[in-house]
Design a protein around this ligand. Structure first.
Ligand SMILES: O=P(O)(O)O[C@H]1O[C@H](CO)[C@@H](O)[C@H]1O
Ligand SMILES: O=c1cc[nH]c(=O)[nH]1
Length: 276
């Protein structure tokens, strides 16, 4: 396989080095779970799907959900691999991303299995800092976020909307004691400080996704299933299917809004657009 340059390791036909996909392999709407094992669980919910590639942590299926072309690519854990996925998926035509993750809740009143839709992210990871100054906002796209809320309401699931904190470390970085009880003083206040600032949850990719989407003029949103409750210290794998359904339904809703905007010559969706 001949890659055209070191700057952009892709072949003449645009086959991307890490995700092993080329133009035409993915839809413009791409769901982004961290876990490769979640990819077939998500595409099983669609009308049709096929495996395109599975290279390193990047597993991609493309298919149709309620008639809308849709793809899913796993990002792996953390900002570095997520940034690679976004760079290469965007290079082959993806422009709207929805992270479908799992998360740890730090606010009271959030149950295991609930969903959390992120409207923005605290950039506690390093990847976005290698792209743009720290003051730059890791904010979700309002149309994607609204479509996720619409989908959650339609599906009647328990959900919350909030600011997520994306970290590079799952253990000490999310104020879990490390091996042999290693627990530095600056980690001790992390949850309480973030909780006072109304942060709802921890995960490890949204800040990278939102920052790069904003830099590149792409749309991104995020819905996560609550696996960990850091208030009660419970842990359980629940809500994964609901998060996948909400994200898939949100793509259907976004596709309808995009068609409406196109038909009426509008750049931004707004509630009374449908009455025009
Ligand atoms: O379930 P995923 O999407 O991987 O998301 C969460 O799970 C991993 C940690 O267990 C991190 O990737 C975190 O962001
Ligand atoms: O607590 C959690 C659960 C899932 N993912 C995280 O990053 N943290």
């Amino acid at each position: 396989m001949k890659f055209v340059s070191a700057d952009r390791p892709q072949t003449e036909e645009g086959y991307q080095y890490h995700i092993a996909c080329k133009p035409g392999d993915v839809a413009r709407y791409v769901l982004l779970p961290g876990d490769p094992e979640r990819v077939p669980k998500i595409s099983a919910l669609w009308d049709e799907a096929k495996e395109i590639a599975f290279h390193r942590e990047y597993r991609t299926h493309t298919g149709k959900y309620k008639g809308i072309p849709i793809s899913v690519t796993s990002t792996g854990i953390g900002g570095p691999s997520t940034a690679i996925a976004i760079e290469e998926l965007a290079a082959i035509g993806a422009d709207t991303f929805i992270r479908v993750g799992s998360t740890g809740a730090i606010q009271p009143g959030i149950e295991i299995g609930d969903l959390i839709i992120a409207k923005a992210a605290v950039r506690l990871e390093g990847t976005s800092k290698q792209y743009v100054r720290i003051e730059y906002p890791a904010s979700a796209d309002y149309e994607v976020t609204l479509a996720l809320i619409e989908a959650a309401e339609t599906l009647g699931v328990r959900y919350h909307v909030g600011i997520t904190a994306s970290t590079d470390s799952f253990y000490v970085g999310q104020a879990r004691p490390g091996l042999n009880g290693y627990f530095p003083s600056f980690a001790k206040h992390l949850i309480d400080d973030l909780r006072q600032a109304k942060v709802t949850n921890f995960e490890m990719e949204a800040a990278t996704l939102f920052t790069l989407a904003n830099i590149y003029g792409l749309r991104a949103g995020c819905v996560c299933a609550v696996f960990a409750n850091r208030v009660t210290n419970e842990f359980g794998k629940a809500g994964e299917k609901e998060a996948a359904l909400v994200a898939s339904e949100a793509v259907k809703i976004l596709a309808e809004w995009d068609e409406e905007k196109e038909k009426k010559g509008k750049k931004y969706w707004f509630p009374s657009l449908r009455k025009l």
